[in-house]
Design a binder for this molecule. Sequence first.
Ligand code: DGJ
Length: 734
Amino acid sequence: MIHFTFKKSALILIALCFWCFRAAAQDNEQVIVKTENPGGWIIKTKSSVYQIIITADGKVKPGYYGAKGQATYLKKNAAWYEGLDEVPVRGGRTAKTPMLEVVFNDNVRDADLVYVKGEVIIVKGRSTLQITQKDKFYPLEITSYIRVLPEFDVLEKWAIVKNTGKKGSIRVENLQSGSIVLPADDYMLTHLSGRDLTEFQLQHTELTPGLKIIDNKGFKANHNPPWFQVRPKSAKDTKTGPTWFGSLHYSGNWDLIFDKTFDGPVQVVGGMNFWDTNWDLQPGTTLETPKLTVGFTDKGPEQASRNLAAYIRKDVLLAAHREDLRPVIYNSWEAAYYSVNEQQQIDLAKIASEIGIETFTIDDGWFKGRTDGRSQSGLGNWEVDRNKFPNGLAPVIKQVHDLGMKFGLWVEPENVNPNSDVVQAHPDWIFQFPNREGNKFRQILNFANEEVYQHMLKALTKLLSENDIDFIKWDQNNALTEPGWSTAPANIQREVRIRHISNVYRLVDELRKRFPKVLFESCSSGGGRVDLGMLSRMDQAWVSDNTDPIDRLYIQYGFLNALPANVMVSWVTNTTRHQPISLDYRFDVSMSGVLGIGNDIRKWSPAEKLIAKNKIDLYKKIRPIVQQGILYPLVSPFEHNRCALQYNTEDGKSAVLFCYNMAVYLKGSQETDRGTTILKLEGLSPDKQYLVKKANDSTDKGTVYQGEFLMSVGIAWPVKNAFESQIMLIDQVK
Ligand code: DGJ
């Protein structure tokens, strides 16, 4: 047995502290370097530099952001940064989009910042540049942060504004998370847009002089998450060239602003959308923005997406479950809709366990008074409906657990129906304006109100303590109308949107602390809440209520540009909007993310159940590569009537390739019909041998190819007919 004396342990502790300090100091030296002449810092990631310059008159300027090795970033007094600040404000000769707009209590609306101090601190284990500036006259201080994650080529930016005065508030009319400036050039912007059932559609647009704003006022992250990529218009393909990218960590109203002058650089600003919002900053108090992650790679947009996905998987997702493989889920929504009951759920659970499901989930409809989506009661009553489940949820949960599965439950904590117990008892807890009709069916509880927060914490704590729940699907199916807060004083009325989201976050965070084993899924009328704010506290996301496999290929391809596959939940259902599509194909589409089933599996024939079982078995084998691997999006459905996704292990020793034909008449169909369309693989070791085998064909013994051959010559497109798919398994043999 090892026996430590106090002295020994103290010595070890000192040595450890010294080592940590040295490690941190070395890290600081590498990624954030102080510069003289011009004074400031250079922040280095794997392939980018970000330069900050402090001018002689105390202005903090963004010097250069782009490829390492470009000499321009060291250029002193470069003319193009002169009109720009690291934290641009409303005030003086405003040339660009401000991050900060304030009104002082004598009605002065100009801010004038001067540098106070800058230092490198450690935030969550990472070197972080902290720069403090203050107004030259008024008691206003702003601290901006840049946390550096060099291996992903990303920087996290955020800011905290403080009223340092003793009396009198400062009205904050706008406070954005961060601003970056791209060197002067002509650029193309890629972003996502969509609505429920058509989420994550890729958009490409030229940034011409003027403003391009993508934003959201619907009070949830919305179906176009706050993500972007910008690259020079001259770029030849998506595999090379400079690309700036970013994603905002926020689930309320947001904006991303792209501001291009006629001959100058492009400024990108992002943060909370202050539309219908301002903040009364009281003496001694602060207001903090959400994080805006920005990045740069010189290897093109596909690499930018890989960097972002790796960063999300390894640094953004909640640490406790970050590494866990996501379970294969069954969800009863499309089998039962609101008409759930004990026997039906038990019947479904038995079949689910036979085919290999790991988590069985009851969706909407299980709670008191919930009859359908248009009913006026139900939402808000987080107690089981005794008509549907006379013995409570316990018998179903026990059965699910006895069958060896985890148990999941749907909730929608932020919304209520007008006749729910909670609204009847506290009519002033919902968002409303007098003399306005409001939504008659579904209203939003005002979480900005501390009483509402406490009530919901109690209700959900009770639900999770009294029932042995392993998984929560957290939905939000409403856009905010009439955002009035009847019991609040006038000066904080317009803070309500920020306060609401902040308490939604606080509630999720508290529940995760109280129930650490429970996995959480974010949902909002399909994929309406897949921003990094929610995904830093929830483990995965429902992507779309459109479960048609062909539509889904577009939706998922768009999603994977911005987010990793281990948060992309995809159910196999019966929905085929275009024409009947085989169960094999439907599985193959869902297996490229987090596999689930949302069908009435009681209606499946023995043959269909066997397909499902085999597919789930295969999925469990390839799941580590799909969920935690590196994605190469080989063929885009937005450009071809085919789609191919290749996932590699980090060491490039194994890969899984999904190939889908999407139409009868394929683009380049003559070639495809002759079976000669070639698919070049990526990310393998050129000098190693790989066995390439069709997973959907048990007779295929596979063929061995050299890695270099697979990447430079390629394999024949492995699918012949329309609406057929193939999963290829690729493993290094030597
Ligand atoms: C919207 C979600 O996207 C669906 O999956 C389902 O959970 C319903 N809400 C339930 O009301």
